[in-house]
Design a binder for this molecule. Sequence first.
Ligand SMILES: Nc1ncnc2c1ncn2[C@@H]1O[C@H](COP(=O)(O)OP(=O)(O)OP(=O)(O)O)[C@@H](O)[C@H]1O
Length: 307
Amino acid sequence: MYIFIINVVAGNGRGKRIFKKIQKSKLYQNITSDYYITEYEGHAEEIVRFVSNQNLVNLKAIIVIGGDGTIYEVMNGLQDPTIPVAFIPGGSGNDFARGLLIKRDPITILKHIVQNKFKKPYWLGNYWVDGTHRKSFVNSIGFGFDAEIAKQANQSWYKKVFNYLHIGTLSYVIALIHVLFRFKPFTVDLEVDGEVRTINECWMVTIANHAFYGGGMKIIPGATIQPRRFPVLVIHQISKWKILGLFLTVFTGKHIGFKEVDLLEATKIKISTSHNIEYQVDGQTNQCQTCTITKNSESVQIMGMDN
Ligand SMILES: Nc1ncnc2c1ncn2[C@@H]1O[C@H](COP(=O)(O)OP(=O)(O)OP(=O)(O)O)[C@@H](O)[C@H]1O
């Protein structure tokens, strides 16, 4: 049996439209399944915790229809990593789907899931904010400038409009210009695999499980899906005008050639600042002063891709 989890508000109603289409298909009518519609923020996590604690012997996969926020919640609720999680992108940004090359139409994706054709291991990131309990991130976690941009975009009126017009990334470009003039670089202590370095005039630190964020920006172009280690991108000591230019090249991945960009690799990183800074995790924002990040060595199984 399959369990569907649908975020009907994802992608301004795209999740809902996709599920309706799926329900009408012969394929759906021929499989044994049950479905849950998320009703509020955090609900997907609760549903998955409940479902994965049931030890359903005949559960073939949890099929998620939604965006990056929904898959983040699902992964944080998953109690048993051997339960395959299938993803049908129905959000606005869909960076998880982009990173995993899940790009076919929903019915074809469902066909691949039911045929049990392709299953890929995926390694989540773990993070602990200000000493709290462990959470997992699916795509990326970022501190500073990119988090301020995500916060500005999430609070804006234009994000909904641009998402509706399928030009959602433009909301991040406008948010970037808003944030650029008020943003104050910060000093951060980065403990990378036990070695501490102090970064002055830091703009941002981003850690990613795959290349994409912000609806298709290639923030760390060479990021590969792998266990234990993750790439860390640090931008520091850069002028406001230059960072504007740098972000214009994020779509092509050329920004990593700037001398103000450092690219490291780590198994464990600790970020400490003297005051609260903004952070984003899979596009949702909050504030923290310290954060420890590691990468899982145990994988979850993802379905929905072509090969
Ligand atoms: N019924 C609901 N009402 C309001 N919010 C909900 C509901 N169900 C889920 N949510 C919340 O909707 C938020 C957005 O979902 P999601 O990120 O999947 O879509 P999106 O923002 O359109 O896509 P993306 O993150 O890929 O751009 C999530 O934070 C989730 O907690």
